[in-house]
Design a protein around this ligand. Structure first.
Ligand SMILES: Cc1cc2nc3c(=O)[nH]c(=O)nc-3n(C[C@H](O)[C@H](O)[C@H](O)COP(=O)(O)OP(=O)(O)OC[C@H]3O[C@@H](n4cnc5c(N)ncnc54)[C@H](O)[C@@H]3O)c2cc1C
Length: 448
């Protein structure tokens, strides 16, 4: 590959803060809000025109249950619960007694609520602003370089949080990166107008899908709260792509839109002739389930989650099962804390059920929820830097459970609290007592 030297350039410092958060999904916003509530001056950088990440730009509109496995104890609270309350009050939420899709929300309303949270907490937000480089020396970050309409500028802060999902700051800091043996494939979500119920989607997909280049694939859909006749469709995957690579990402975005059109064509030709099927919204950012991970002090492990291991300094509680979308055979395997393992392939073509607890010879009560300790977020090399989001240090199984938003939201809150505590006590991330993070999270409304 040919190379050129980029000329050195003096860059203006366009913002200074206590805490700078890169990436404005709920993970990043919740980190920013928690830090602001602890008295920090916060800057939040987001490359798109809106906050919310996969939940808004990706159209993924489901949050899972906040309850333990018995539905007796609320194990997730904090900002997730606060946002649910506001969504509900605005008629932008459908609540179901269903562990795998408890809250269906309206992504447009979520976008507006996140804007309001930013205003209410006096956070300086920069939209259409792209993180592009980091300035660090001797284990400390001094600034990040961002780009927007004004050109390149530096943002200085005492502490930095990488909530970009892909861990771009981690990458630029040279933190050890790894990919799972089992990277979960992406899906391009879209909103569809028209009632599918009367059209035997599974049947027509099986019989005529190939005519439109649609393979037999497992997928799901969800009503968009507050909108009648509109569903969010996530019926397909894009296989054989590595979306941490620019060329693959471009190919995947285009393939996702091709799939959406193919499904619409299938319905228009073979679906209910009375229905006016149409695509009403395409995701403005492909739904990435997984790209790369970065090492920290401790890796979250599947076995610890499944057996409900407990910690001194928990920052997250959850019940979402280990949910792994297969690479290429249109299947999905889900392992629940109660022992059930269910694998499904295609549009209802085949299901297998087994029990992982019996296979492991486990007896006694199963865990009612799992925990994650603070150490999972603590990197070893940079004293004023933390990463939270799907770049999480987790083995394939643990990642399959932790990757959903009710969990990543909690990681964001923990990152914001940790950043604020490091600033307040003038200490490094590595010396911060995780128990203080847990305690501060609880005082701020979390159920950890
Ligand atoms: C198809 C699909 C279905 C899913 N279904 C569910 C579900 O039903 N329920 C659920 O809870 N979870 C679901 N998930 C998982 C979940 O949505 C994601 O794992 C989660 O949203 C990832 O959150 P994140 O904050 O790490 O990343 P993201 O949501 O990707 O947020 C990263 C943010 O950082 C910004 N950013 C990135 N790079 C830069 C940069 N250089 N400069 C500035 N900003 C930047 C992005 O624009 C984005 O706003 C699903 C995921 C997919 C893909």
């Amino acid at each position: 590959m040919q190379t050129i030297i980029e000329p050195q350039k003096k860059i203006s410092v366009i913002a200074e803060a206590d805490v700078c958060v890169l990436g404005g999904s709920c993970t990043g916003v919740f980190a920013a809000v928690r830090a602001a509530r602890l008295g920090m001056r916060v800057v939040l950088i987001e490359r798109l025109n809106r906050l919310g990440g996969v939940a808004t730009a990706g159209l993924v509109n489901i949050w899972h249950t906040l309850q333990d496995m018995d539905d007796r104890e609320q194990i997730i609270a904090g900002l997730t619960d606060e946002v649910i309350t506001v969504l509900n009050a605005r008629g932008a939420l459908t609540v179901k007694n269903n562990r795998s899709s408890t809250y269906n929300f309206n992504p447009m309303e979520l976008t507006i609520i996140l804007d309001e949270m930013i205003r209410e907490h006096g956070i300086r937000l920069m939209l259409h602003t792209y993180y592009s480089a980091v300035v660090a020396e001797d284990g400390r970050l001094d600034a990040v370089i961002v780009e927007n309409q004004d050109g390149r500028g530096a943002v200085r802060a005492k502490f930095f949080i990488d909530a970009t999902g892909d861990g771009y700051v981690c990458r630029d800091l040279g933190i050890e990166q790894y990919v799972s043996d089992y990277i979960q494939p992406p899906t391009a979500c879209f909103n569809l107008q028209g009632n599918i119920a009367g059209s035997d989607l599974k049947g027509i997909w099986k019989e005529h899908g190939a005519e439109f280049g649609l393979t037999d694939d497992w997928g799901w859909s969800a009503r968009v709260a507050g909108l009648s006749g509109i569903t969010m469709r996530a019926d397909m995957h894009i296989f054989d792509v590595r979306c941490d690579r620019a060329e693959d990402l471009t190919r995947a975005e285009m393939e996702g839109r091709r799939q959406a059109r193919a499904m619409l064509s299938l319905l228009q030709k073979y679906g209910d002739p009375e229905e006016n099927y149409a695509i009403t919204n395409l995701c403005s950012s492909l739904g990435l389930r997984e790209t790369v991970h970065y090492r920290t002090r401790m890796q979250a492990k599947e076995i610890a989650l499944l057996t409900g291991e407990r910690y001194d300094a928990p920052i997250l509680k959850g019940t979402y099962p280990i949910d792994i979308h297969h690479h290429g055979d249109g299947g999905i395997t889900i392992k629940y804390l109660d022992g059930t393992r269910r694998t499904k392939w295609g549009k209802g073509t085949r299901t297998e059920i087994s029990n992982w607890r019996e296979e492991m010879g486990l007896s006694g009560e199963s865990a009612k929820y799992y925990q994650i300790p603070f150490d999972v977020l603590v990197g070893e090399r940079y004293e004023n830097f933390i990463a939270a989001g799907r770049m999480l240090n987790a083995d394939a199984g643990a990642y399959g459970a932790l990757r959903v938003m009710v969990n990543l939201n909690q990681l964001g809150e923990a990152a914001g609290v940790a950043a604020a505590l490091c600033c307040e006590y003038n200490t490094s991330l590595q010396s911060l007592d995780g128990r203080l993070v847990s305690e501060t999270l609880r005082k701020g409304g979390s159920a950890v």
